[in-house]
Design a protein around this ligand. Structure first.
Ligand code: PLP
Length: 459
């Protein structure tokens, strides 16, 4: 497939796309970042907005000074921007957190306050953030996968039936950070609501890549709870989001307690604020919220559907290229109709995942992710590891843990970058024995810049 314009029209909007990084041979090249699922570089608009607003920065909800009032208003306005972005219901609260992990832990804590012995259905394809927080508070069961690693809706329905109304929540990812599969969230929501349960969607990999609509309460396809992270959508500075019905948080004791969450406190009694304030003890991260709403504004103006279709071209091209390289095994299928985000995981015969990642970085400045991507059970299942094998890895302090290599694209990546990657990977595959020998199993990082100091330009 030949592209007339192998660049990205979004490239200039993102900071650091021309940053030079050192290779093993001492030369410098423009970094290629294929690790956007972990975190994305900031949008230039976000950096500009932060710099411009900084002189007005002051404490939120803690002063009558002019700057403090401006900051407090902007922070509250942020909730409305987020609400509109995902079409959350007016009865939902938008709670600002640190990231998706914190959001899910807070939700688990809030829901667990309900005394009943109840079930949470997580799935076999979750990030640990949407698995571990449920384990110590509920009876947790996992929705199974199909042979291709997608979520089995049959398994979901049979579990909903088997638990006979005891399922409180189905906690499912919008998009997988391992295979890139997008789950049919609204179909799942319809099913979940039929059985009287609620649905939580982990939007960490979903919200940054496609338009998301929580839909109104009166729709059976409504998303009850949603979480996502600013740093995965071009807005670093540490803001996450948790959205859900106000009533969920109204009668529970919040996990974090302290100033800002309360009205009047005596040593005998606490008067709690209403949510969301009740759930945000401590000084709020105003700059994080500013970064997030600026990113939302920019992504919305660019149009998330256009971003999605551009990223689809990238991932289709990459998967097409990867499938022709001998020794590559891909861990998600591509049948043309499937919904996916722009990432894929693979292994290369004869080389450990950490060797592949290290070689790509050292030889061409290409950053990928390797390992289990904090989705251990999913990767274990995709690799078809037995219980004995998993136990072995858990009980042996062995550096060669199983895992995969993942490439994940952002809106600023280009076909040209993918070509560089595919060319090098083809070369590595052809010479895997040489590289397996050269890059011994335990790899020593060599990230010294020597005396070659370069100005790292951005924007
Ligand atoms: N959920 C998914 C699907 C993810 O990919 C990640 C991070 O990679 C998380 C949750 C956790 O996000 P954070 O690290 O921002 O809390």
């Amino acid at each position: 497939m030949i592209y007339r314009n192998p660049g990205s029209c979004f490239r200039n909007l993102v900071a650091g796309t021309e940053t030079k990084v050192p290779l093993a041979n001492g030369k410098y090249v423009t970094a290629i970042n294929f690790d956007n699922a972990a975190t994305t570089p900031p949008l230039c608009s976000v950096l500009r907005e932060i710099a411009q607003f900084a002189p007005m920065y002051a404490s939120v909800h803690r002063g009558k000074g002019y700057k403090s009032i401006v900051c407090s208003d902007l922070y509250e306005h942020g909730r409305e921007v987020v609400r509109e972005f995902v079409n959350a219901d007016k009865r939902d609260v938008v709670i600002f957190t640190k990231n998706t992990t914190e959001s899910i832990n807070m939700l688990a804590y809030a829901l667990a306050a309900d005394e009943k012995e109840q079930v949470v259905l997580s799935t076999d394809m979750e990030h640990l953030a949407n698995d571990m927080p449920w384990r110590d508070k509920f009876t947790v069961d996992y929705i199974a996968l199909t042979r291709s690693g997608r979520l089995s809706l049959k398994s979901l329905e049979s579990k909903l039936q088997a638990y006979e109304g005891k399922v409180k929540l189905v906690a499912v990812t919008g998009a997988s950070n391992v295979t890139g599969y997008i789950n049919p969230i609204h179909e799942i929501a319809r099913l979940v609501h039929t059985y009287g349960a609620r649905i939580f969607v982990d939007g960490a990999q979903w919200v940054p890549h496609t338009s998301v609509n929580m839909r109104p309460y009166d729709s059976a396809e409504h998303i009850d709870y949603l979480a996502f992270s600013g740093h995965k959508m071009y807005a670093p500075f540490g803001t996450g989001v948790l959205i859900g019905p106000k009533e969920t948080f109204a009668n529970t004791i919040p996990v974090y307690q302290g100033g800002g969450a309360v009205g009047l406190v005596s040593q005998q009694a606490i008067e709690w604020e209403a949510p969301p304030a009740k759930c945000e003890a401590g000084t709020p991260n105003m700059m994080g919220v500013l970064a997030l709403i600026t990113a939302i504004d920019t992504l919305s103006k660019l149009n998330l559907d256009d971003i999605h279709s551009y990223e689809q071209k990238l991932i289709d091209y990459a998967i097409g290229g990867l499938s022709t390289i001998p020794g590559i095994t891909l861990y998600s299928i591509r049948d043309g109709t499937e919904e996916r985000v722009s990432l894929v995981s693979f292994s290369l015969e004869g080389l450990h995942h950490s060797q592949v990642a290290e070689i790509l970085s050292r030889k061409a400045g290409i950053a990928v992710r390797n390992g289990l991507f904090c989705a251990h059970p999913y990767v274990e299942k995709l690799l078809r590891l037995s219980d004995e094998e998993i136990k072995y890895y858990q009980t042996h302090d062995d550096k060669s843990l199983p895992g995969l290599v993942r490439i994940s694209f952002g809106l600023y990546n280009t076909i040209r970058e993918i070509d560089i990657f595919l060319e090098l990977l083809t070369h590595i595959a052809r010479h895997h024995q040489f590289y397996a020998h050269k890059y011994g199993y335990v790899l020593e990082p060599n990230r010294s810049n020597g005396d070659k100091k370069e100005e790292y330009p951005y924007c």
